[in-house]
Design a binder for this molecule. Structure first.
Ligand code: SAH
Length: 454
């Protein structure tokens, strides 16, 4: 088998990013957009010794799990990897991914998995969207995305992951840009003004934020944009962010509010958050609530416990747990996130929390060596980024011997590696649940409970 060969393959499995996996002549092939159960015709794009990558040409026999993607541009866009797979099968795929990693990497045999928590309506769940503004192949102003290897935008009239409110907002903005001859940014020539439109929507409060990200200082015809956008019920904050750098980082440092408030407010459960254009905030608030409620259940709090929330971000889990704990300590590396965490604590009149800036693997051990008794926790929660926890942190956690560890993870491979360490050092895996926060994509969150056995 060599590059450019056209072959027929049955898709028997799915990879971590939702790509189809099949075998031809004993060689494993990864085929994007092919669905488990399909028989496809594909063209070999790249060959390695024992595996290769192929491009889907035609589905010869359609899988029983294949569905028509809702979004007409799901293939070139690439934002969703699983739209062609029925939602039930997506959930099964994600649950299996977590289970298989726990088996293969973690060495666990008896896995106490609870059924995955999926969404009833797995579309339109994102509360944040950043649309590049440009021209399509006919030169028409559009909000969309750059398809691979091109410099013209493919319009996304309706992104099925985004809030429904995005469409009328973009419609109004594009119309005024057209009328007033306001140029979109062209990343090739570094000219033009409007780079991106950021929209954030509070699903609970229905408050809307629009931020114009400009290659320049001022939005021309500002009053006209404001008049049009404020016709939309719920409009709360309109701002301009300056990004004059030749970079693919979306936002610049400076944001100026041109109408309304500097932030929108939203809730996860009973906890209120103020969200500014640059704040980190969970993108699927409904499933975040499901995830945090599970973490809270696993934490088993009665009101007397001290809890450490490591990798706490803007303190979302900390504040959730503080409602049921005696004291919560949060640690996070990004200073702005800790500033937000403190602000959010005050906003909710939560006083039994303390936040520290720094690396979890440094702040926590040093706090422990200075204030051992006070730092003693019944429960430690970790929610690290994809690379998981440093081993030095895991060893400090073990030495502090909390009764329970709740590990929230966005990457089940590093989760499995870290759980293997913890279970080799006095803990037992008690409960595991996957939560589908990113429906239609290959990503999956999981929450696990470990209990101390010695
Ligand atoms: N628990 C939060 C955020 C989890 S995301 C929530 O639910 O919203 C992981 C967080 O870990 C990010 O905010 C990231 O900035 C932070 N982080 C990354 N490396 C870190 C480290 N070494 N120590 C502490 N925090 C870290």
């Amino acid at each position: 088998m060599k590059k450019d060969d056209v072959i027929e393959v049955k898709i028997e499995d799915m990879g971590v990013d939702g790509e189809g996996i099949g075998k031809a002549d004993g060689i494993t092939l990864f085929i994007k957009d092919a669905v488990i159960g399909d028989v496809v015709q594909a063209k070999i794009m790249k060959m390695k010794k024992s595996y290769g990558y192929a491009r889907l040409l035609e589905v010869l026999t359609s899988s029983p799990y294949r569905v028509e993607p809702k979004c007409p541009v799901s293939r070139p866009c690439g934002g969703c990897q699983l739209q062609a797979l029925s939602y039930d099968k997506q959930l099964e795929f994600k649950e299996n991914k977590v289970r298989n990693n726990l088996k293969r990497i973690g060495g666990f045999t008896d896995i106490p998995m609870e059924p995955i928590a999926g969404m009833k309506e797995p579309y339109h769940y994102r509360n944040k969207a950043q649309f590049p503004i440009g021209r399509d192949k006919d030169g028409k102003l559009t909000a969309g995305f750059y398809a691979a290897r091109t410099h013209s935008l493919i319009p996304v009239d309706e992104c099925y992951l985004g809030a429904k409110i995005n469409e009328p907002i973009l419609g109004k903005i594009l119309q005024i840009m057209e009328q007033e001859h306001i140029e979109p940014y062209d990343e090739k020539t570094h000219t033009g003004l409007v780079r991106h439109i950021l929209i954030r929507f509070g699903f609970t409060t229905k408050e809307i934020m629009v931020c114009f990200i400009l290659n320049g200082k001022k939005l021309p015809k500002q009053e006209k944009f404001i008049a049009a956008l404020t016709e939309i019920p719920g409009m709360t904050s309109i701002s301009v962010n300056r990004n004059e750098k030749d970079t693919n980082v979306i936002m610049g440092e400076k944001t100026i509010t041109i109408w309304g408030s500097d932030y929108i407010t939203d809730y996860i459960g009973d906890i209120k958050y103020q969200i500014s254009p640059q704040s980190f905030y969970q993108v699927n608030p409904a499933q975040t609530k499901v995830l945090y409620e599970k973490a809270l259940e696993y934490a088993g709090l009665t009101g007397t416990e001290t809890v450490w929330d490591l990798y706490c971000g803007i303190g979302t889990i900390s504040l959730f747990l503080a409602q049921k704990a005696k004291k919560v300590f949060g640690v996070e590396i990004v200073p702005q996130a800790i500033a937000d965490a403190k602000k959010n604590a005050a906003l909710n009149d939560i006083t039994n929390v303390d936040f520290f800036v720094g690396k979890a693997e440094e702040v926590y051990p040093s706090y422990v060596s200075e204030h051992k008794e006070e730092a003693k926790a019944e429960v430690i929660v970790v929610d690290p980024p994809r690379k998981g926890c440093e081993e030095s942190l895991l060893s400090t956690i073990v030495s502090m011997a909390p009764e329970r560890i709740v590990y929230v993870s966005c990457d089940s491979a590093t989760l499995a590696r870290d759980l293997k360490y913890l279970c080799g050092h006095g803990y037992e895996l008690k409960r595991v649940q996957a939560v589908d926060q990113f429906c239609q994509t290959g990503h999956c969150e999981a929450v696990t409970l470990l209990q101390r056995i010695r």
